[in-house]
Design a protein around this ligand. Structure first.
Ligand SMILES: Cc1cc2nc3c(=O)[nH]c(=O)nc-3n(C[C@H](O)[C@H](O)[C@H](O)COP(=O)(O)O)c2cc1C
Length: 173
């Protein structure tokens, strides 16, 4: 059953992004699939962040983050930023990166980047939902195809995190 819920939810498709954060002279970045646009005017995105991520405290303290939109062929970047923590290693050190106008790190090999300012943070189960407005951005490679989370398979071992069954709906109609 756990496998079937994982397989069901893996059909909810998103892109794959690298979220860059900075606080003072510290920087970090992590891979994220749970990001989507939620408003045209003002331009806004929602991002779901695991509070255990080392990036989480920096994002909260600075109230800002950059979104790097990855290209289809950039699986190694998704793995690099998504399978180890910045608490243990400086993940940005071996990577070519630059800063958004607000000073947040994005990857120069990106398809595009966005500069985001946090509006609200709401608890969302085992994650926190960050609503943010987008203040700048740049399309770096208009010909490239964005990466889809289906390409990453079970790179983050998240299949094991799904519940064994749906919560009982006894008592509800
Ligand atoms: C494909 C993929 C998608 C991920 N999506 C998210 C996500 O949407 N939100 C999140 O908080 N972590 C996500 N992660 C996990 C973080 O990238 C991972 O925990 C990372 O090591 C955290 O880095 P940090 O401790 O340096 O912040 C994802 C990982 C992978 C490989």
């Amino acid at each position: 059953m756990a496998r079937s819920i994982a397989e069901l939810f893996q059909r909810l498709t998103t892109g794959i992004y690298v979220i860059g954060v900075a606080d003072g002279n510290r920087r970090d970045a992590f891979t994220a699939a749970w990001l989507t646009q939620v408003s045209f005017d003002p331009l806004m995105v929602a991002l779901s962040v695991n509070p255990d991520n080392a990036s989480h405290a920096m994002l909260k303290n600075s109230g800002r983050f950059a979104v790097t939109i990855l290209k289809q062929e950039q699986l190694e970047l998704a793995r690099h930023f998504g399978t180890r923590s910045g608490a243990d290693t400086d993940k940005l050190a071996p990577i070519d990166w630059a800063e958004t106008p607000a000073g947040m790190p994005y990857l120069k090999a990106a398809l595009a980047w966005l500069d985001c300012r946090v509006n609200t943070i709401t608890p969302a189960g085992d994650h926190e939902l960050v609503l943010a407005s987008v203040h700048a951005g740049e399309l770096l490679d208009a010909e490239a195809v964005p990466m889809s989370d289906a390409e990453t398979g079970n790179m983050d071992n998240s299949a094991a995190l799904f519940p064994a069954s749906f919560p009982s709906d006894h008592g509800h109609s």
